[in-house]
Write a protein that binds this ligand. Structure first.
Ligand code: ADP
Ligand code: MG
Length: 264
């Protein structure tokens, strides 16, 4: 039986809590226990309720700061969320499908998402938003344009670290390969891209964006067989989302309008 504990002298418990919370590297316990105790006394919490509430502030804060770190180091060009995506600008995009993707079940199944469409239609926005949702759910994520991934691997190859770098990349829960098809690839670059995609196939998810339909990928990739193999692995377990229309960047600007003769 544990020894019976009598209430400690005024101030003693506070000192002990401050000390223990430092020892545990759990600063939010020291910050919030007092406020929560008052709240709990008022609401008639049990001791178990109180302990649960104190632990929750610490664990929630840790989850938050973990997500914050993962987002910070992911390499996003801008922070975008599903909430600030204007679905009325993309009537062909199924809001419920995006909400399901945001919930993250596809990551556990190592499925992919491919976003296709002309420039400015929100591909990078949605890719970023899905990766941020994944980071909040605890996944390590990384974002780069296709050329960025190729440069990273080419550099690793040059210094005899290609395999280690590929293994490192395969450990991310989700990677985004943005802007495939804006430039043509040399066969070495295409091969490196193929290696990233095939290593993740059925193991880890990726999001890929491209301004080119798959039928046009042969215009930027040099080797037809490799291109077919790459697309095959990519779409094997993938949701392909087609974005359409004019660039959102030019929305509300004269530039975005199709020229007409009317003067309004
Ligand atoms: P893409 O990658 O298809 O070229 P982006 O995702 O970079 O296009 O979109 C260009 C800009 O327009 C970004 O600032 C993005 O946040 C914004 N944008 C595009 N589509 C939408 C949308 N449907 N709702 C809100 N913002 C959008
Ligand atoms: Mg883009």
């Amino acid at each position: 039986m544990p020894a019976k504990r009598s209430p400690s002298a005024p101030g003693e418990a506070d000192k002990l809590i401050a000390y223990q919370s430092r020892l545990l590297k759990a600063p939010r316990i020291a910050e919030h226990y007092h406020r929560l105790a008052e709240q709990g006394r008022e609401a008639g919490w049990t001791l178990e309720d109180y302990l649960g509430a104190v632990l929750a502030v610490e664990s929630n804060a840790r989850a938050q700061s973990g997500a914050h770190q993962r987002i910070r180091y992911a390499g996003f060009s801008a922070i975008k969320t599903i909430t600030d995506f204007d679905f009325t600008a993309q009537p062909g995009v199924d809001r419920a499908q995006i909400a399901r993707l945001e919930a993250g079940g596809w990551l556990a199944e190592a499925r992919n998402v491919v976003l296709l469409g002309p420039p400015g239609t929100g591909k990078t926005h949605l890719a970023t938003a899905l990766a941020i949702a994944a980071a909040h759910a605890g996944h390590r994520v990384a974002f780069a344009p296709a050329t960025g991934w190729i440069t990273r691997l080419a550099e690793a190859h040059r210094t005899n670290r290609l395999d280690a770098e590929l293994r490192k990349i395969s450990r991310f829960g989700l990677i985004v390969i943005d802007e495939v098809g804006y430039i043509s690839y040399e066969s070495r670059g295409a091969d490196l891209l193929f290696q990233i995609i095939s290593r993740r196939h059925e193991k880890r998810s990726l999001v890929l964006t491209s301004n080119l339909a798959f039928s046009d990928w042969h215009t930027v990739f040099p080797n037809a067989a490799c291109t077919v193999a790459m697309i095959d692995r990519l779409v094997h377990h993938a949701q392909v989302i087609n974005l359409k229309g004019d660039s959102y960047r030019l929305k509300d600007r004269d530039l975005g309008r199709t020229p007409t003769n009317d003067t309004e």
